[in-house]
Structure formats: structure tokens, C-alpha cells
Write a protein that binds this ligand. Structure first.
Ligand SMILES: NC(=O)c1ccc[n+]([C@@H]2O[C@H](COP(=O)([O-])OP(=O)(O)OC[C@H]3O[C@@H](n4cnc5c(N)ncnc54)[C@H](OP(=O)(O)O)[C@@H]3O)[C@@H](O)[C@H]2O)c1
Length: 243
């Protein structure tokens, strides 16, 4: 199956990390579908991808964080693209530094868990059945690496949210040790930014996107955690993995 016959669902594809992945997948000839709750972000994404690749990009407004809403958006997606062969999930948010736990309301913690864990779980439950029995399919999670330690003062809820996402990926690997679909995780232990917002040590979302697109294209391994702490680590993702 060539890239042009594959349809990748990019969950979070209108975000910082996801937009780099979407652009790289389109550049490699994949068809790509992106769901976002915000039509403005989808319009911006259409203007961001390489000229001439727009025909292969399908955008759908929808919410993948509730079980009812995800069914609606799934039906709309299948009506529009017919099939999904691959999923890349980069749901969440870029950064949170609201302050130490005693200063935070429960509502804030609920938002963090909803955005990082519930959306990841609900969308996985809805879309994984579309790819799980296909040996030519992939499901790739992009997570932060912040789950194991506090990044800096005031980022506690980000650490808790990231830990939830990491645990979810771990549970999937262990609950489903043998799958036809390739199930992988790219764990990013540093910041990711668009080119004009780069800081020292950050990954350019375009470079990350190229590495993830290559991983999806290659689809030769499963149950791997590709750990990325600096730009040089992206080469390992592109070549074979560095578990
Ligand atoms: N940026 C970084 O520095 C960095 C570093 C390491 C790891 N990561 C990880 O990468 C992932 C993405 O980060 P990011 O920087 O790309 O964040 P982002 O720019 O905020 O993008 C996240 C995307 O997730 C989508 N999303 C969240 N909940 C949704 C829902 N219920 N329904 C539909 N879409 C939903 C958002 O879509 P809407 O368009 O609907 O808002 C948004 O476009 C996170 O898991 C994060 O931990 C990021």
C-alpha cells in the first residue's frame, strides 16, 4: 500500500505538535484528516501546509473528548474519507504553569485530566477499532515526558496530566501485547515550538513532524517508546528507535 492509499487521522492535528506532523505527512503523499473543535484553527492549518497538498487534507469540526460527540465526528469522518488506516494522537495542550497545588481549584485539575487523558482515551476507544486488525495500520501516541518529575515550580498539574497520558500508553502496551496494528509512542522530554518561537533545546515542530511521518510510513515495529530529549534523538525515531 503506497502512502497515497493511506488515510491518517491526526488527532490534535491543528495544534503546535500536530500541525508539524500533518504538514510532513501531506508532504510524503499521505491523505490526512484533522478534527478540531475550532474551525479557525482548521482554516489556519489549511494555509500552513505546503501548497498543492491541500487536496489531500480533510478537516472536520468536532470534539473527541466526549463519548457522544466522538461518535458524531467519527460518522462524519467516515462519510468524508471512507476509511482510516493510521492514527496519530497529539491531543492535549502545550504548557501549563498555573501555580502550586494549594493555589488551584479542582476545576483546573479536571480540565487538565479531561484534555490530556479523557480525550486520549475516548478517541482511542472510538478510532482504534478502525485500525486494530490491519497489519498495515499504525496508532501512534505523542506524549510529554513530564510525568516522572516536576518540570519547574508551578507546573504540578501539567506533571499530573502527563503522568496520566504516560500511564494510559503503558496500560495499552500491556493489555494488548499482541496486535496486528503497530502501536507506538513518541515521548517528548523537551519543548516543541513553531520556528519563530524556538528556545534553546526545543524541537522545531517541522522536524518532529518529519520524524513522526517517517515512523508512520515505516510501520515496521510495535510497542516501542521513542524517547526524544533533543533534536539529535529525532534521527533515532526516523531510523529505527531508541528504546
Ligand atoms: N508543545 C510542547 O512543548 C510539547 C512538549 C512535549 C510534549 N507535548 C505533548 O504534545 C501534545 C500536544 O501538544 P501541543 O503543544 O501540540 O498542544 P496544542 O497546540 O494545544 O494542541 C493540542 C490539540 O489537542 C486538541 N484537543 C484537545 N482536546 C480535544 C478534544 N476534546 N477534541 C478535539 N481536539 C482536542 C486541540 O484541538 P482544538 O483545536 O479543538 O483546541 C489542540 O489542537 C500534548 O500531549 C503535549 O503533552 C507538547
Amino acid at each position: 500500500m503506497s502512502n497515497g492509499d493511506r488515510v491518517v487521522l491526526a488527532l490534535g492535528g491543528a495544534g503546535t505538535v500536530g500541525s508539524g506532523i500533518v504538514k510532513a505527512l501531506l508532504d510524503r503523499g499521505f491523505k490526512v484528516a484533522v478534527i478540531s473543535r475550532d474551525n479557525n484553527k482548521l482554516e489556519k492549518l489549511k494555509g500552513f501546509v505546503s501548497p498543492g497538498t491541500n487536496n489531500n487534507l480533510t478537516t472536520i469540526v468536532g470534539n473527541v473528548g466526549s463519548e457522544e460527540a466522538v461518535e458524531d465526528v467519527k460518522q462524519a469522518l467516515l462519510r468524508s474519507v471512507g476509511k482510516i488506516t493510521d492514527v496519530v494522537s497529539s491531543l492535549g495542550f502545550s504548557w501549563w504553569q498555573g501555580g502550586p497545588p494549594h493555589t488551584q481549584p479542582l476545576k483546573e485539575l479536571q480540565w487538565v485530566i479531561e484534555t490530556l487523558l479523557y480525550s486520549t482515551f475516548v478517541s482511542w476507544k472510538a478510532f482504534f477499532p478502525l485500525v486494530r486488525d490491519n497489519p498495515n495500520s499504525t496508532y501512534t501516541f505523542i506524549t510529554g515526558g513530564a510525568g516522572d518529575k516536576l518540570l519547574m515550580p508551578g507546573t504540578g498539574f501539567l506533571t499530573i496530566g502527563a503522568a496520566n497520558a504516560l500511564a494510559f500508553c503503558q496500560v495499552l502496551r500491556e493489555e494488548y501485547p499482541e496486535l496486528k496494528c503497530k502501536l507506538n509512542q513518541v515521548k517528548i522530554n523537551t519543548g516543541v515550538a513553531v520556528p519563530d518561537r524556538m528556545a534553546p533545546g526545543y524541537l522545531n515542530h517541522l522536524d518532529l513532524g518529519e520524524a513522526v511521518a517517517k515512523l508512520v510510513e515505516r510501520r515496521n515495529k510495535s510497542h516501542i517508546i521513542y524517547s526524544v530529549s533533543c533534536p539529535a534523538d529525532l534521527k533515532s525515531v526516523m531510523l529505527e528507535g531508541n528504546l
